[in-house]
Design a protein around this ligand. Structure first.
Ligand SMILES: C[S@@+](CC[C@H](N)C(=O)[O-])C[C@H]1O[C@@H](n2cnc3c(N)ncnc32)[C@H](O)[C@@H]1O
Length: 432
């Protein structure tokens, strides 16, 4: 496809997402199915522009004085890909499936659009209704943190220490410029590609088939590392999903002890079986998903309970940028209520002296520090552990929280740690 035709396709997909409220991944997959002639290079170019447009939709619309898909995509080419107004005018020839020529208003937006008078939520590209939460989380750094959540993310791999070493995995992805992640001793990072370039499909690599690594953001790796799982422990992973953290815990525990993996949703849980097999994890017992009675025998016996809670996913907006514009106050309230219930369930499983690790991939205080404060207020038999100290012990260096206020736990963010947004709190059961 000519570049102009790729641009027109991206604009059409953005219109589909906007008009029909469809997730970007679904709209892109549908487009691919109905345009079989498009090659993988075309799809990567179009997908990257769609995602970059969504990542910075608020600020790009402000610059262009219009939030329609076409001006937003043009502004993404300018602001995120570095094309000049003249470069973009060449693509908009109006011929051979290319977009119509630029209007005077579009040229003005591209050449002299200015964000300096825009409110913080526009400069930081987050929804206006979350402005107070961003200010509470980050204070004067709200715009900077929002901007970093609107960048592309790297592909992070967690080395499976049951089967490989970091050096082995680094070597396997040498051709993709693999480097060590900054914090996790078992992390490998493939930096994000620029412009329309395609990301490597790491899961198609033989090293993945051999179980040498799993795709897992460094923030998630850190959460699993500091959750305090030790060999021979009895551990419950209450929201195991497809097993990302279960696998990490199994490796930290060197395939000893027992991890009881549970999730309410059978479909989300299903991939765990294949992943456990590939990773060579033998200390995991899978519980019947959705059967809460399966948790009964664990009550009061667990050394560690991990609650990797369902959340708004505000910390992973780099990877799912359309989610940030779809999120609603009602969904946030619903998540907060579920998290609170899950903390209460988790508390019943912890043995005296045992631990409860609470993790979200959210940066919102409502789901993080406030959630922990409320739990500690209603569960006097639990006390907070100093996570910063634990992180220093595990990672060998000080990790400052990105949270601007007072509160328990550790908040990791793209701006402060080059990870996805993750919150980790560690509690201990002090009394019966
Ligand atoms: C953040 S995801 C878990 C990700 C997973 N631990 C990983 O590392 O890949 C949250 C999970 O919580 C599950 N969930 C939601 N409500 C639940 C409940 N009441 N009990 C158990 N799991 C629940 C969801 O199905 C989802 O898989």
């Amino acid at each position: 496809m000519q570049t102009g035709a790729r641009l027109q396709a991206a604009i059409e997909i953005l219109s589909e997402i906007r008009e029909r409220g469809r997730p970007a991944s679904v709209a892109l997959a549908d487009w691919g199915r109905s345009h079989r002639f498009a090659g993988s290079g075309d799809r990567a170019w179009i997908g990257n522009l769609v995602y970059d447009s969504l990542r910075r939709k608020g600020s790009l619309a402000f610059l262009m004085n219009c939030d329609e898909p076409r001006p937003v995509a043009l502004a993404a080419l300018h602001c995120s890909w570095g094309l000049t107004a003249d470069d973009i005018a060449v693509l908009c020839s109006g011929e051979e499936h290319a977009p119509e020529p630029l209007t005077a208003a579009e040229i003005a937006g591209l050449e002299s659009g200015d964000l300096s008078a825009a409110p913080a939520h526009v400069q930081g590209d987050y929804p206006e209704w979350l402005a107070a939460s961003f200010a509470a989380a980050f204070g004067a750094r709200a715009i900077e943190e929002g901007k970093a959540l609107a960048n592309r993310a790297p592909v992070d791999l967690r080395v499976n220490t049951l089967k490989a070493t970091r050096d082995k995995v680094l070597k396997a992805f040498d051709r993709h410029n693999a480097v060590e992640t900054p914090w996790s001793p078992i992390g490998v990072r493939l930096p994000p590609r620029e412009g329309g370039a395609r990301n490597p499909n790491v899961e198609a690599d033989p090293a993945h088939g051999k179980g040498w690594f799993e795709v897992q953001d460094e923030g998630s790796q850190i959460a699993a590392l500091i959750a305090d799982a030790e060999p021979r422990m009895q551990v419950a992973d209450l929201c195991a999903g497809s097993g990302g953290k279960t696998l990490a815990l199994a490796a930290h525990m060197q395939n000893t002890g027992q991890i009881y993996a549970y999730d309410a949703d059978a479909t989300r849980f299903r991939p765990i079986f294949e992943r456990l097999k590939r990773a060579g994890a033998r200390n995991v017992q899978t519980l019947q998903p959705g059967e809460t009675a399966a948790l009964d025998p664990l009550a009061g016996h667990m050394d560690l309970v991990l609650v990797d809670a369902p959340c708004t996913g505000t910390g992973v907006w780099r990877r799912k940028p359309d989610a940030k514009w779809r999120l609603s106050p009602a969904q946030l309230d619903e998540r907060v209520a579920t998290q609170s219930t899950l903390l209460d369930v988790a508390a019943t499983l912890v043995k005296p002296g045992g631990k409860l690790a609470y993790v979200t991939c959210s940066i919102l205080p409502e789901e993080n520090q406030h959630q922990i404060e409320a739990f500690l207020a209603r569960a006097p038999g639990f006390a907070a552990i100093d996570v910063a100290r634990r992180a220093k012990d595990v990672l060998g260096r000080t990790v400052e929280t990105a949270y601007a206020g007072e509160g328990h736990g550790l908040l990791l963010t793209p701006a402060s740690h080059e990870t996805d947004g993750f919150f980790i709190a560690l509690l201990t059961r002090t009394a019966d």
